[in-house]
Design a protein around this ligand. Structure first.
Ligand code: HEC
Length: 152
């Protein structure tokens, strides 16, 4: 993991992506509609386990996508971290929408498909797995996830 972060921080665009990731946080926290309050900067140990896993997965998408654009079309060494999304605590239980368990299981299958055979198709499968769950559970990051698609 440290090499992954170090690797992505070497690239300014990836670093900007990570910063944007931190900013997206507010979009999924409860209390929407309340007047905006000033919040302290994000503290890693106050972030939910689930949100942490999401940031890690998003960072992996960025790294793998960059490698693809640089010409590594088979991602020989690439593998996503395999989380059990059903076992990680979210910020708020309202995030467990109907069908959440099924989305999490479907997503896990897409991740293992990629890890078994990393390539453009299995990568695209992972990104659509992110999108399916987010369309239901937490639309905030969808715009960002769309940017993880490979170019046509
Ligand atoms: C099974 C449902 C599900 C799947 C699959 C899923 N997410 Fe999420 N994601 C969530 C939920 C729920 C949250 C809100 C977590 C919280 O705030 O505790 C979240 C939060 C996030 C966040 C905001 C994290 C933060 O800093 O607060 C990002 C970014 C994100 N997801 C990206 C992704 C990406 C990229 C993928 C695919 C690699 C993905 N998600 C797959 C449900 C999902």
């Amino acid at each position: 993991m440290s090499s992954l972060w170090a690797g992505s921080l070497k690239r300014p665009t990836a670093a900007v992506g990570l910063l944007l990731g931190v900013l997206v946080l507010a979009q999924c926290t409860p209390g929407e509609g309340e007047p905006q309050k000033k919040l302290a900067p994000v503290q890693p140990n106050r972030t939910s386990e689930l949100a942490n896993a999401m940031r890690q997965l998003d960072a992996e998408l960025v790294v793998f996508r960059d490698r693809f654009l640089e010409g590594d079309k088979r991602w020989s060494e690439a593998a996503f971290t395999e989380y059990d999304l059903n076992d990680l605590a979210p910020t708020d239980s309202s995030m467990f929408v109907d069908g959440y368990t099924a989305y999490a299981m479907a997503f896990h299958k897409r991740v293992s498909d990629f890890n078994r055979a990393p390539g453009p198709e299995t990568y695209t499968g992972v990104v659509s797995g992110c999108e399916s769950c987010h369309q239901k559970a937490c639309p905030g990051p969808l715009e960002r996830i769309a940017k993880r698609q490979l170019p046509e």
